[in-house]
Design a protein around this ligand. Sequence first.
Ligand code: ADP
Ligand code: 5GP
Length: 226
Amino acid sequence: MSKASSLRPILSERPKSNPPRRGVLFVLSGPSGVGKSTLCRRLVRHVPGLRFSVSYTTRSARPGEQEGVDYHFVSERVFRKLQKKGEFLEWARVDGQLYGTSRAQVNRSLRRGEDVLLDIDTQGAEQVRRSVADAVFIFMLPPDPAALRERHRRRGTDPRARARRLELARCEVLQSERYDYLVFNAHLESACRDLKSIIFAERCRTRRQRPRARRVLQTFRKGTPE
Ligand code: ADP
Ligand code: 5GP
């Protein structure tokens, strides 16, 4: 049997009338330079069914960053226009620049049953907390402040921006208690493993599995399955 035909029964297992479960919204925050973007990139490569939400920002691209992959880089005028039209699920000003999450992009993925990962600051997370029931909030911490300084230095952040961002980090970490999960990013591998564990465990929550479980439970009511 060819590989494609052997997969067919599995792919057609879900009858067309059963819509996919709604995806889960994962919100990741943490001080600038802690490793959020690095880990988001890794996670979407390693976790099937997980999408990264590409934010809009007015800041300019760093070397190596790509339009539409890391961010949608727009002018302040365009950002304000989108904001006026209600296109943002949340938005905030961070270190003098505007950042926002596309409501349409997130909803489209969640409706399709894809889980969505947001890398946003604590102000944005607070807005999501108020507007999205059932989102999962994860905060990332460095092993110590010196590691954060060193990561900024290695990323090539200029000294003035680095000082501003480290000052912001002081306020951001105070919010960590409001999050459902804390992940320490001392080593990339273990931080990635912790994030994956959170995602897989959240997917298995009874309330998220209910539509699928209901179908299985029905077959038990009809008689013991063979
Ligand atoms: P953020 O998105 O939180 O601002 P980045 O993902 O851009 O942070 O990471 C900042 C820098 O730290 C990058 O140079 C990245 O390669 C590095 N980095 C991330 N995680 C680790 C880690 N566990 N150990 C060492 N360096 C790391
Ligand atoms: P950076 O400029 O280092 O990429 O990001 C600076 C901060 O902005 C980080 O804390 C990051 O999480 C946050 N950020 C990125 N995109 C968004 C967004 O769409 N909304 C909000 N509120 N914050 C964002």
